[in-house]
Design a protein around this ligand. Structure first.
Ligand code: F6R
Length: 619
């Protein structure tokens, strides 16, 4: 959580440091939006401003009282952990002498002990945050050592927990120092200027050239240098990478909200995730996987670990991979996996799915799995993030930057990447004939166009959402791969529209949840293809009748040409004909549009729902 930006530039003091930092905060606001603040190093000394609420509150404050031209700046957008979202608790936190400013993402677990020591030493505290401890410690270390990098090194040794810290000091006007442990920080390389950010979105409009920082590293940027050291002060080589995200992808581009835009980008997200991963002959090539084929052949179990929407992508993956590869697949919420002593070993392939690559619960689960000897394959969207760095291999989803807090295009890209993984394993282990794999790949290649058709039909769903803006509870039912789609539909509605919503396996309904169905209760039902096997379709059509018999209003998502649902549906939303296992890529789209539109109809902030943050970097 929390977004962090740092900037330092050459030349006369100017307004650029503030502009760069405010623009970066705008792009990182999805990470937290309880409060925001900036600190600037100016010839008149350190200047700062911070405000509770969204970034606009800070912008207005800065317009009312513009700060002096500066040489360096840091900025922060907060998702509160310790202390309410007030002006005082907002970052930066300032040392008692007013010369040092510090911003922080993460939690300093031993802050109470450190605070007591500082209080006993006469330091007074202004805020209720854990961060302020680090600001005072850093200022005292600076006074002792005379150097911000050395001071940061000394202080980080005392801190426990997860943190990214950035600091500036009035006596070092062309320097920003950062440190990271279990929280993200990347460097952007400019010409006569350098940048720091929680992720590349912070500086994407200024440079594509970036550096990944490792665990427990300290970085010092000046206009012309970037130096990285480890906790012992030894210089370290860090990995450079080029940001391939398009800067325009991080602006709304004519849409009312980022979420709406990202829903419309889904055909491209899926197409880009498929791109370049097959040979002309139809063979899958996932060269970037880097896990020995012998190891992949010997895998006897797959465990998918993820949280929230990414975990639902994992549920879809389970159906596909088990069917194609005949390997048992378990899906587990990363925070549960980590604390229940799971049975995994060197024959287990752990697949960690994450859009941000920074979800702390998933990071901890990845570490735990590796400690047990399992190979970890990351399915991640964000380059330079922690999960791929700490995994044995990575399959990137090419969804581009996802800015809206609620995940949409990343979900479809995650499912697509998992299909590729399943087919690749089937190819490698000889579970399927190559022509079968080729047929599924050909179907996958048609998915962007099919998704586009669902998006083009958005008007019907939008009208439905407007007509339902006063509902208080919505149920979602699905079987097989429709079950995770139902759960995802419910999650979207909860997080965006703050409406009670639950997703059920349709077969489970009669075991209890059907008691929730009353006259007029809206129930979405995701209907599988009638052309599929196992009488799945007939079973779901029966489930529609069961809820309808109890007065439910049935909102049915069904394939084009599926006439069997019509007598029992109050509303039918059509999706193109698609093989059962691939259907989530189309059936979830109306549910995303519905939640987005219903939230908008209620006048809610679609991109930044209350209490949430996009990257959940605390456990
Ligand atoms: C829901 C949503 C969250 C994330 C979850 C995992 O719309 O966005 O449930 O899916 O917090 O985040 P990542 O994928 O970044 O690990």
């Amino acid at each position: 959580m929390c977004g962090i930006v740092g900037y330092v530039g050459r030349g006369e003091p100017s307004g650029r440091p503030l502009d760069v930092v405010m623009e970066g905060l705008g792009r990182l606001e999805y990470r937290g939006y309880d409060s925001a603040g900036v600190a600037l190093v100016t010839p008149q000394g350190l200047q700062w401003a911070k405000r509770a609420g969204k970034l606009t509150n800070l912008s207005q404050a800065l317009e009312r009282r513009p700060p002096a031209p500066a040489t360096a700046a840091i900025g922060h957008t907060r998702w509160a952990t310790h202390g309410a979202p007030t002006d005082v608790n907002a970052h930066p936190h300032i040392s008692q002498d007013g010369k040092l400013a510090l911003i922080h993402n993460g939690i300093i677990e031993n802050f109470n002990t450190l605070k007591e020591e500082l209080l006993a030493d006469g330091v007074s505290f202004l805020s209720e945050t854990d961060t302020e401890v680090a600001a005072h410690l850093l200022s005292r270390a600076f006074d002792r050592l005379g150097d911000l990098t050395e001071a940061m090194r000394a202080v980080t040794r005392e801190l426990e927990g997860a943190f990214t810290l950035l600091a500036v000091h009035a006596d070092m006007p062309r320097t920003v120092v950062g440190a990271r442990r279990n929280s993200p920080l990347v460097v952007g390389l400019g010409d006569g200027e350098n940048f720091l950010g929680s992720d590349v979105a912070a500086f994407i409009s200024h440079t594509r050239s970036a550096l990944e920082l490792g665990q427990d590293q300290i970085v010092t940027i000046t206009p012309d240098s970037v130096e990285v050291i480890d906790g012992d002060g030894v210089p370290v080589e860090v990995k450079a990478f080029t940001v391939d995200w398009d800067a325009s992808a991080a602006v709304k581009g004519g849409f009312r909200t980022f979420m709406e835009k990202e829903i419309h980008e889904q055909p491209k997200a899926v197409a880009d995730t498929l791109l370049g991963r097959t040979t002309v002959g139809g063979h899958l090539t996932l060269d970037e996987l880097r896990i020995d084929e012998v190891v992949l052949r010997s895998v006897d179990k797959i465990v998918v670990i993820a949280c929230g929407t990414a975990a639902y992508a994992g549920h879809v993956a389970k159906y596909a991979i088990e069917h194609w590869c005949r390997i048992p697949v378990e899906v587990e919420l990363a925070h549960e996996f980590r604390y229940r002593d799971p049975v995994v070993n060197e024959k287990t392939l752990v697949v960690a799915i994450s859009q941000s690559g920074e979800t702390m619960d998933t990071i901890m689960a990845v570490r735990h799995a590796r400690e047990q000897g399992s190979k970890v394959l990351a399915v991640v969207n964000t380059h330079g993030s922690t999960i791929p760095r700490e995994s044995d291999a990575v399959l990137y989803t090419h969804a581009g930057p996802e800015v809206a807090v609620a995940s949409t295009k990343a979900f479809l890209a995650q499912i697509t990447a998992c299909y590729l993984l399943g087919l690749y394993l089937a190819q490698l282990r000889g579970n399927m004939y190559q022509d079968e794999i080729g047929r599924i790949l050909a179907e996958l290649a048609l998915m962007p166009e099919r998704i586009q058709r669902v998006v083009d039909n958005e008007e019907q769903v939008r009208k439905l959402a407007h007509s339902m803006k006063d509902v208080t509870s919505v149920l979602f039912l699905g079987r097989h791969v429709g079950f995770p789609v139902a759960m995802e539909g419910a999650l979207k509605l909860k997080e965006l529209a703050y409406i009670h919503a639950e997703g059920f396996a349709a077969g489970e309904l009669k075991h209890g949840p059907i008691a929730l169905v009353d006259v007029g209760t809206p129930v979405f039902v995701i209907v599988p293809s009638p052309r599929g096997r196992d009488h799945l379709h007939a079973k779901v059509v029966s489930n529609i009748q069961e809820v309808r018999a109890r007065g439910a209003r049935t909102l049915v998502i069904a394939e084009d040409g599926d006439a069997a649902v019509e007598p029992f549906a109050d509303v039918v939303i059509r999706v193109p004909q698609t093989p059962t296992l691939l259907a989530p890529l189309v059936t979830v789209v109306p549910l995303q549009i519905f939640a987005c539109e219903l939230a908008a109809a209620k006048g809610l902030d679609v991109d930044q729902p209350r209490n949430l943050a996009k990257s959940v970097t605390v456990e």
